[in-house]
Design a protein around this ligand. Structure first.
Ligand code: CIR
Length: 254
């Protein structure tokens, strides 16, 4: 199991904000939290590969947004925020070096990896501030030959679809309901969680998920369903609208 990560920029504190007020970001603490996040992945059996840093891009640590990986294909994104577009270059080189076939989202399409939730062959894509309809239809065409069904999901209350919902290994979709445009998209598979960061999980294996330490009540709910939860403090990234999912790209299909 392999994953891409990217060391935070010294300019992290200048990261973009859409839904939050700017708060002081402690860049040294962020660096320590990032190391602990990477260590948590390694302890769970993942080999991490660093994408070359992009020190001029404050949001580059949120490496998930640079691509969508499905089977043997890496679709390099065209981030909705123009400031973030230079981030994709080194990310493409890193995933290419791991043997992935490369495709690109092209103008006028925009798409951020944080808007893409995969489970099995279903790929839900948030259409909102960062990802547009053209980006979604390009992704649909690129993934259709691989057997993926791409489903567009309106996303107006949060930055990215995965700021509102993610999936447990069994396909249960967890979300903090006030931030989900339409939970009916997932019908009976939808499980509400009591805290916003409680809706963010990184699946480490069939029984284990990584979560933010800021969601203890949601953590208990997930543990009651039989999962082991590894919790990490990512407070400095949360101040920049980042969550556990955005800090890595898992390549286990490679
Ligand atoms: C941004 O606005 O792009 C960053 N400050 C946060 C990106 C978080 N990424 C994610 O949720 N996938």
């Amino acid at each position: 199991m392999h994953a891409l990560v990217r060391r935070p920029s010294p300019r992290l504190a200048e990261g973009l904000l859409t839904h939050l007020e700017r708060k002081h970001v402690d860049v040294d603490l962020a660096a320590a939290q990032w190391e602990a996040y990477v260590e948590a992945m390694r302890s769970a059996g993942w080999t991490t590969h660093e994408v070359d840093p992009a020190d001029d891009c404050p949001d580059s640590v949120f490496v998930e947004d640079t691509m969508v990986v499905f089977g043997p294909l890496a679709v390099i994104s065209r981030p909705g925020a123009p400031e973030r577009r230079p981030e994709t270059l080194a990310a493409e080189a890193a995933v290419g070096a791991r043997g992935y076939r490369i495709a690109h989202i092209e103008a006028p399409g925009t798409l951020d990896g944080g808007d893409v939730l995969k489970h099995g062959n279903t790929v839900w894509v948030g259409e909102g501030g960062r990802t547009n309809a053209a980006g979604i239809s390009q992704l649909r065409e690129l993934l259709a030959p691989l057997g993926a069904e791409v489903v567009g999901v309106p996303t107006s209350k949060v930055l990215h679809l995965k700021s509102a919902v993610t999936a447990l290994p069994d396909g249960t979709v967890i979300g903090h309901e006030p931030l989900v445009d339409d939970p009916e998209v997932w019908g009976a598979r939808f499980l509400p969680v009591p805290e916003e960061p409680g809706s963010h999980v990184v699946v480490l294996d069939d029984r284990t998920v990584l979560m933010a330490a800021s969601a203890p009540r949601s953590r208990r709910l997930i543990e009651e369903r039989g999962y082991r939860v590894v919790a990490v403090d990512i407070s400095e990234f949360e101040k920049l609208e980042g969550c556990v999912t955005c800090l890595s790209v898992r390549l286990r299909d490679a």
